[in-house]
Design a protein around this ligand. Structure first.
Ligand code: SD4
Length: 307
């Protein structure tokens, strides 16, 4: 079976590369996806995930994460969790019980502490300085460049698939606000019999379209990964423009269970893809205007300004 790993944003390049080496050495899809995501969670240079993530309106760095196992359809998720290193690892462990799979706030923190997950204050001097500079601006949610979720979809050489996500959500979000990322079906979905999908962008709009589940179902019904990703995003954009006048930034990654990928996006969107027999590569996806996506490989990474 051919293995593959697909992840969001340029910031996932190093994690994707390392996860691909693991997959080449027969790691499981779950271990590889979590490794890819943790590389981003641990890097304070990326202000949208984990350590160094931008705070909420009250100055707290509060994180969301989700994980789904495509073999069993088991999932786990945490929302509004503060003080831990890796929301995706906590989410992954929550999938293993029949109930209580999605925990939020203090309940998620108690679970993580009791299960020995590493604690960490994720507010850095840089993220605090940015908060203090911008905290009094209009806090209406808005489409915000550079504040993004790391999502990883992995297929291992046994044919198992998974989806994992981690984010600090929107900068200056209200206390208790949870976006699409930990919400199964919206932020992520995986079914090893079909494929997997995950989203980044403004969660309030992603949830209106239940985008990840929608794309996986489109593949089940025969669409290619590219058609599924493009159609899911195009339909959401068209509906929201029609009903509400606009659609915020939304990007969707899709990986089929044969390792082929697809992208749907309303904005320029960098992503990373590696598959057996191919080198890790950074790509830039752009909406072509007719509801399709144009994809080009980026050799010179400094040419992509978004993280
Ligand atoms: C959220 N979808 O919390 C996340 C944030 C994100 O690009 O991905 N922004 O709504």
């Amino acid at each position: 079976m051919k293995w593959a790993i697909l992840s969001t944003w340029k910031m996932s390049f190093q994690g994707n590369l390392e996860a691909a080496q693991q997959l080449a050495n027969h790691a499981s899809a779950g271990d590889a996806a979590v490794h890819c995501i943790q590389n981003v969670e641990d890097n304070p240079a990326f202000q949208s995930v984990g350590y160094g993530g931008l705070p909420d309106a009250e100055g707290h760095t509060v994180l969301d994460g989700g994980f789904m196992d495509g073999d069993t359809l088991r999932f786990g998720a945490v929302g509004s969790i503060e003080g831990f290193r890796s929301p995706v690892a906590i989410a992954r462990s929550l999938k293993d019980t029949p109930f209580n799979n999605f925990l939020v706030g203090p309940g998620a923190e108690v679970y993580a502490r009791e299960h020995g997950f590493e604690e960490r204050d994720n507010l850095t001097a840089e993220s605090l300085a940015r908060y203090q500079k911008e905290k009094n601006r209009n806090q209406e949610l808005y489409s915000y460049d550079g504040h993004d979720t790391v999502c990883a979809l992995a297929l291992d050489d046994t044919g198992s698939m998974c989806a994992g996500v981690s984010t600090s959500g929107l900068f200056l979000k209200k206390k208790g606000r949870v976006g699409d990322s930990p919400v199964i079906g919206s932020g992520y979905y995986a079914d090893s019999k079909i494929g997997a999908a995950a989203a980044t962008g403004v969660g309030e709009d992603i949830m209106k379209g239940v985008l990840s589940f929608r794309a996986v179902m489109y593949m089940r019904n025969g669409m290619s990964p590219m058609e599924a990703a493009e159609t899911a995003v195009r339909e959401l954009k068209t509906e929201l423009e029609h009903r509400l006048g606009s659609c915020n930034s939304v990007s969707l990654i899709v990986l089929r269970n044969d390792g082929r990928f697809g992208i749907g996006t309303t904005i320029e969107f960098p992503f990373v893809y590696t598959a057996e027999g191919e080198n890790p590569a950074l790509y830039l996806a752009s909406p072509s205007g007719d509801g399709h996506t144009t994809i080009r490989k980026i050799e010179d990474h400094s040419a992509v300004t978004q993280d």
